[in-house]
Design a protein around this ligand. Structure first.
Ligand SMILES: [Zn+2]
Ligand SMILES: [Zn+2]
Length: 331
């Protein structure tokens, strides 16, 4: 058997499996019972028979997947717990996107926390990460290299506004993921005083509506494909990365192409994507957040998944933590 965070929590082809509770966390294949950390498509796959998640995640899954969001949705709010097969299960905020949760499992005197995707930086659009003391911590490592140190997001949004002041006639097309990043950028723009309508790609509309329904105020939003070209002069348009050549975008003369991503922290990535204005805004933990969080949980064991495992395993090991990669190939 592969090494695992606990004898009762193992990696199967479908995903991380808790045998006594008979459930999978963020399974990659259709299963009977799934616990979903958040609504990003690589975690929230369609078609599971039972889906347990935070209420916000269930709403986002419904908005993105419709009837394919899965059967018998079960919402678990912060501070609530259920017991399944003797396993106590609760969710704690992960600070990644609206509704994003860490999964806390307690069984046989041992507590394991599965972080899902997370960040520690403040985000006005979702509940902040809550560190949970545990025996074993399963952490993501998307940006698990010391080179990744993210500046405050407000500082990056200020750079976008500086560019608009400098080029008041040019449309600023900002590439950002439709779930989470877009709403965070919109909220930061509002905090910075940008009160004009913000134009959004069609992929964003339904997700923004869920955020609004959950009490996140985003201000005036307009569909980009209905905008007249003259309205887009000096305006901000948000669109998923790579969607910039269709419809309205083809009508723009000399747009400023910006991209909000943690990958923009390395010049190579910005250059490769032809981005004029790279904004280093990430919804993942950077290197210092990853290492700091591992220390904060007090976990004697850390399991690293989703990304650059090696450097983080090395850093944790140097601090006396038993760290390993959690993936099928590691065994
Ligand atoms: Zn995510
Ligand atoms: Zn992810």
């Amino acid at each position: 058997m592969l090494p695992s965070p606990a004898p009762w929590l193992t990696l199967r082809p479908e995903g991380l499996y808790c045998a006594p509770a008979d459930l999978f966390i963020d399974p990659q294949r259709v299963v009977e019972r799934a616990v979903i950390t958040h609504a990003h498509s690589d975690h929230a796959r369609p078609g599971h028979r039972h889906v347990l998640a935070s209420p916000e995640t269930l709403l986002l899954m419904r908005a993105r997947l419709g009837a394919r969001a899965g059967g018998s949705p079960q919402a678990l709010g912060w501070g609530e717990a259920i017991t399944l097969g003797g396993v106590r299960l609760s969710l704690a905020p992960a600070g990644h996107v609206l509704g994003s949760a860490q999964v806390v499992l307690e069984y046989a005197g041992r507590r394991v926390v599965i972080s899902g995707d997370y960040k520690r930086a403040a985000d006005p659009t979702c509940a902040g990460f809550v560190p949970i003391a545990c025996d074993a911590f399963v952490t993501e490592a998307t940006f698990g290299l010391p080179v990744f140190r993210f500046p405050p997001a407000a500082q990056e949004v200020a750079r976008l506004l500086d560019s608009l002041a400098l080029f008041p006639e040019r449309t600023h097309v900002l590439g950002c993921y439709s779930l989470g990043k877009s709403q965070r950028v919109i909220a930061l723009l509002r905090e910075a005083g940008w009160d004009r309508p913000i134009f959004v790609h069609g992929a964003l509309g339904g997700i923004c509506a869920v955020y609004e329904a959950c009490g996140v105020t985003l201000g005036p939003l307009r569909p980009a494909n209905e905008a007249r070209t003259v309205e887009l002069a000096g305006a901000i348009v948000l669109a998923p990365p790579g969607s910039g050549t269709e419809g309205w975008a083809g009508r723009l003369t000399d747009p400023v192409l910006a991209l909000a991503s943690g990958w923009m922290a390395t010049r190579r990535h910005a250059k490769a994507r032809g981005v004029e204005l790279p904004l280093v805004i990430s919804d993942h933990a950077d290197w210092s957040e990853l290492t700091g969080t591992i220390a904060e949980t007090g976990a004697a064991e850390v399991w690293v998944t989703h990304g650059r495992e090696d450097a983080l395993i090395h850093a944790a090991s140097q601090r006396g933590v038993r760290a390993r990669a959690l993936r099928a190939a590691s065994g």
